[in-house]
Design a binder for this molecule. Structure first.
Ligand code: HPA
Length: 249
């Protein structure tokens, strides 16, 4: 079966530059509507789907994103692979603002989100394996792309996913650090597990946009986050473009 990539754009990426759009799919799913119409088009000669996780314009907070509708709709448009783009705070001191990081592990601190397609309603109880939450093949593809471009990409990190929409307290970040988290964000779950439930290959590429609470010299400001998004996103998109060219020959 041929592979089709879906890109889920997060904060700072509601449109995908270079995507020649052929169709905007207004989807309805058994779980409701996705965050935005799913754009289908060509990116560097390959069929790609694009979805703005927070809507376009950006209006849906992380805890209100309809993750089930988003993933279900992408699969219905024949996506096989999903690359999620996540803006995150850096907990690990090495993961400074504007760093690009490929998480390889995840800890879920969210609550109250619709986090499974297997909610027992069809009379079946299913426990899926999430020991290694990200697709190694997609991760390797992204690592190869960054090597070829000589763009730094950190390839091992644990992504702690908080409920939001507020940012964390310094004590919460300390606790997360003790738990082993390197990054903190609000959208990695349940997106990751839902992709696994649908047997989609899934990887996340994270852009650090601020030091996590208590890790910087002062509080976290939106201005600081926007600055990092503006300067870091182009680097991330270069890696993604090279990945698309090489991985989908
Ligand atoms: N915490 C949680 N989510 C985030 C952060 C943060 O510091 N920065 C960007 N997304």
């Amino acid at each position: 079966m041929s592979k089709t990539l879906a890109i889920i754009g997060g904060t700072g990426l509601t449109e995908l530059e270079g995507l020649t759009i052929s169709k905007a799919h207004d989807m309805h799913t058994p779980y409701g509507s996705p965050s935005a119409p799913i754009l289908e088009g060509e990116l560097l000669g390959h069929r790609v789907l694009f979805l703005a996780r927070h809507g376009h314009p950006h209006r849906i907070p992380p805890h209100k994103v309809n993750y089930r509708a988003n993933l279900w709709a992408l699969q219905n448009l024949f996506a096989t692979d999903v690359i999620a783009i996540n803006a995150v705070g850096g907990i690990n001191q090495a993961m400074t603002t504007e760093s690009l990081v490929l998480p390889d592990q995840l800890i879920d601190y969210t609550w109250g989100r619709d986090s499974t397609f297997f909610d027992g309603e069809n009379g079946q109880v299913t426990h899926i394996d999430l020991s290694y939450p990200y697709s190694e093949s997609l991760r390797e593809g992204l690592i190869a792309a960054s090597h070829d471009l000589k763009i730094d990409l950190m390839t091992s990190a644990t992504y702690g996913v908080t409920q939001g929409p507020r940012l964390e307290t310094a004590a919460e970040i300390k606790r997360m650090e003790n738990d082993g988290c390197d990054l903190v964000g609000m959208t990695g779950m349940p997106e990751t597990v839902l992709a696994r439930e649908l047997k989609l290959n899934y990887a996340s590429i994270a852009l650090v946009v601020n030091p996590a609470a208590g890790k910087g010299d002062s509080g976290i400001t939106i201005k600081q986050i926007e600055k990092a998004l503006n300067s870091g996103m182009s680097k991330l998109l270069k890696v993604l473009g090279k990945f698309v060219i090489d991985y989908y020959e």
